[in-house]
Design a protein around this ligand. Structure first.
Ligand code: ZN
Length: 478
């Protein structure tokens, strides 16, 4: 019977550097006898003078502690059995793994590149996940299962039924509860040895450095540009690695940014796209399994950084197209002109990221955006009730229209990318109210139409979501 014996790295010095030995033995005792005959110094470390296994040494046959087996050391070995020798590591209480941990992480202990040392690093690691949504779910689940000792979760959102299609941390009965809190419960259930710290706040320039400072690695689970630039800049300023991931529709991106030395997210994308150009997952849609793939890759990269093994994605950007099933890898270099990690940084503290991304109050000073007149759902309802002739143009996609619409008030569907081609269908002399889901796309449509002579236009503030919450609570929302 060939049995593979695996030894922890701490015993390597007694075995001529070997951590794996294939031996032929009939039972556990004879296997141990053979090893200690081959490496006599090892005998003193494993057995007492009376030949009993030392109390601080555990021997596992596959998953089971040999002491727990009915026949103990006389348990017969079968071909391909794995015998794992696990001594407690010197260095105090903190360093020793409990029996439960030794069993739980046995597949890591038997991996030479993880072993006791790597598992110890995982346990000592502190990882912050910004956003417990589609990406944050698989990241958090895998990091907790792997035994990352401290997991921080930043999220102030509540669970919505539309999240369940991809945010696998949550189940139906969690709808309406805070994501961070449910995530903490679920991760602790998955692995009680993990400490979960929740930050139920929106990250801002005022609190980001304080939150991020306490962690070794930051993982991007954000769904908006202001937060992503905020976290990137904070990571560069604090010198923390940032594991980047993003998803939309059928495509994803992953990379690792390395704090002060770069490259960073701004080296990749120096400026955010103008508001409304890149749809959010809510508007653009996302295939449910895609964040599972990209988030798992982020978890992988974080674990590699922690155990200090392998080649990280630093300096590489990976693009994944789920439909064509293609991974592409691009080189990513630090931009010496980068405003935050470059040679002469101009961003030396956190800035106003809403303004930077063109969606803040102060961005309204910009004449382009200042002149988007708004109408609230209540005001629109009043005008309709008064019998005013208002033309309602819905610039969402057909599937969104199918979920809920204002057709009973004569609304017409013209998706954003068709607005200019179909502008002749809109009466330029009418009072026009444009709307989308939450207001961003219809503001863009309004600006486009204004350049073609339309003037009496209003953007429905908060979109059809505002209508549903303020006027029609029975309306389906998404
Ligand atoms: Zn940079």
């Amino acid at each position: 019977m060939i049995t593979r014996v695996q030894l922890p790295t701490v015993l390597r010095e007694y075995t001529g550097g070997n951590t794996e030995l294939d031996i032929e033995a009939t039972d556990v005792d004879s296997a141990l006898e053979q090893i200690t005959t081959r490496y006599p110094i090892l005998r003193r470390h494993l057995f007492t003078d009376r030949g009993e296994l030392r109390g601080y040494v555990n021997v596992y046959l596959n998953d089971d502690d040999v002491r727990d087996l009915a026949h103990g050391g006389r348990t017969a070995l079968r071909n391909n059995d794995v015998l794992l020798i696990v001594p407690s590591i010197a260095g105090g209480e903190d360093a020793a793994f409990s029996t439960e941990e030794l069993q739980r992480y046995s597949r890591h202990f038997s991996l030479p590149d993880v072993g006791m040392e790597g598992q110890g690093r995982l346990r000592a690691a502190r990882v912050l996940i910004v956003g417990a949504g589609g990406l944050g779910s698989p990241v958090a689940l895998y990091l907790a299962a792997a035994g990352v000792g401290t997991i921080g979760i930043v999220d102030f959102d509540v669970i919505d039924v539309t999240n369940l299609q991809r945010q696998v941390l949550y189940v139906t009965s969690d709808v309406g509860r805070l994501k961070a809190r449910v995530a903490a419960e679920r991760l602790t259930q998955s692995n009680p040895h993990v400490r979960v710290v929740t930050h139920e706040v929106r990250l801002t320039r005022d609190n980001a450095l304080d939150v991020i400072r306490d962690y070794d690695i930051i993982i991007d689970g954000t769904d908006n540009f202001p937060t992503r630039y905020l976290v990137n800049d904070a990571c560069v300023l604090l010198g923390k690695p940032y594991v980047y991931g993003s998803i939309l529709r059928f495509e994803g991106q992953v990379s690792v940014f390395t704090g002060r030395t770069g490259p960073c997210y701004r080296c990749l994308f120096r400026e955010p796209p103008p508001p409304g150009l890149v749809p959010s997952c809510a508007e653009g849609g996302v295939l449910g399994v895609l964040p599972g793939i990209i988030g798992s890759l982020q978890a992988l990269e974080a674990i590699k950084l922690i155990i200090r093994r392998g080649d990280s994605l630093i300096g590489r950007l990976v693009l994944f197209d789920a439909l064509s099933f293609r991974f592409r890898e691009l080189k990513l270099r630090r931009n010496p002109e980068c405003p935050v990690c470059g040679d002469h940084p101009t961003v030396t503290g956190l800035i106003d990221y809403d303004e930077f991304c063109g969606i803040g109050e102060r961005a309204m000073d910009n004449p382009q955006s200042q002149t988007v007149p708004e109408i609230t759902a209540v005001e629109l309802k009043e005008r309709l009730d008064n019998g005013d002739a208002v033309v309602i143009i819905d610039v969402r996609e057909q599937f969104e229209w199918d979920i809920a619409n204002l057709s009973q008030y004569g609304a017409k569907l013209i998706p954003l990318d068709q607005v200019l081609d179909r502008k002749d269908e809109i009466d330029p002399n009418a009072d026009i109210v444009l709307h989308c889901r939450s207001g961003a796309r219809s503001a863009g449509a309004l600006k486009q139409l204004r350049q073609h002579g339309f003037s009496r236009m209003w953007n429905l503030k908060g979109g059809i979501r505002a209508w549903a919450s303020e006027i029609d609570p029975d309306m389906a929302t998404y």
